[in-house]
Design a protein around this ligand. Sequence first.
Ligand SMILES: Nc1nc2c(ncn2[C@@H]2O[C@H](COP(=O)(O)OP(=O)(O)OP(=O)(O)O)[C@@H](O)[C@H]2O)c(=O)[nH]1
Ligand SMILES: [Mg+2]
Length: 354
Amino acid sequence: MNASTWESPSSEPTKMVSSEKTICIGIGTAGCRIGTEIVSAKVPIHQFLMVSTDKEDFSDSQQADKILVDLPFRGRMSVSSVRGLAHSHLNQIRNMLSDAGVVIIVSGLGGTVGSALTPAISQIVHDCGKMLVAVVVMPFKFEKSRHFYSALSLNKLKKLADAVIAIDNDMFLEYSPRTPLLSAYAAINTKIVAALSALLTSTTNGPQNVGLAKVAETNSSTGYSVLGLGSSTALNRVEAAVMEAIQSVGQIGNIDDAESAILHLSSDASISTADVASSVAHVHSLLGRGKVGVQYGLSTNSKSSTTAVLLASGLSRTKFDSYDPLSEVLKGKEIDDSMDSFVDESLPRLTLLE
Ligand SMILES: Nc1nc2c(ncn2[C@@H]2O[C@H](COP(=O)(O)OP(=O)(O)OP(=O)(O)O)[C@@H](O)[C@H]2O)c(=O)[nH]1
Ligand SMILES: [Mg+2]
């Protein structure tokens, strides 16, 4: 059984996924952590590049190429300063892309490095004509000071990437509110990477996954897709997991607006054709007022549980819109759409440390 189409999604022309090299770029602390796990999860990545201002972010990966953007002093810097300081490295990144077919960027848009460099590096990938899939983590609701820049960056990405997968950290908040944050991040990242590897792995061998090509086709009129997750060990675990995944998408935006969806089920071998068919039917009937195109993939595991990964596109209003109140007022009529960057000429000159 191959990953199949229930109804064909939008017929917008899309770039073909070439068979050339796939490069993953992890940006900032969250991007380096999640990228490291993606690479070890055997998503077919040929080269991994980490970019950050903090050497600590590089400690978990021996295999990666690393670009350290050196800061002139320790402490918090503005988004535009970090962008300005990274300027001298952008050519190095451009050169690395020459033989790339697909670039997957991973970052937390709530971070200074994530919000500064994700749009800047995406612009380079876009200018080089490479296919770009951006996987971005949006900040927790309690990280209010991080909301505004995350929304600005998300808006830029919508225009630059072939597909943007926005993952809301809030989706995981209810699971374990008292867990120490670093352990919570580790647990969240494991879930995120399991979901991404289910979606991004090619269909050619083994389990029926959805594949990068299908994910890259999900770009919609709103320019990004949101990820929902559900899992269950109950007797009706397939249905329960799917309903939870639909609910988690509903926490981010109005599911009535969805235009297309990808559902990936990971379940024990007892999952039946009827289970898969009714799961796809649930998504089809509950999203987009029953008009949504649903593609699906399936992999089996040895656990007595089902995990549903739902990627929904086309949600015209999401909670992330309110993170940037100005764009709500201007409704897309930005006065200056360029990325601000700032370099203080009095700072010492940058040196390349890697
Ligand atoms: N899911 C997940 N989110 C993370 C992780 N680490 C940080 N975040 C979130 O990602 C956002 C960005 O944080 P960082 O990645 O630490 O920031 P940065 O890009 O390194 O930039 P700085 O602010 O300069 O450290 C915040 O909203 C964090 O809550 C992680 O390992 N997993
Ligand atoms: Mg950091």
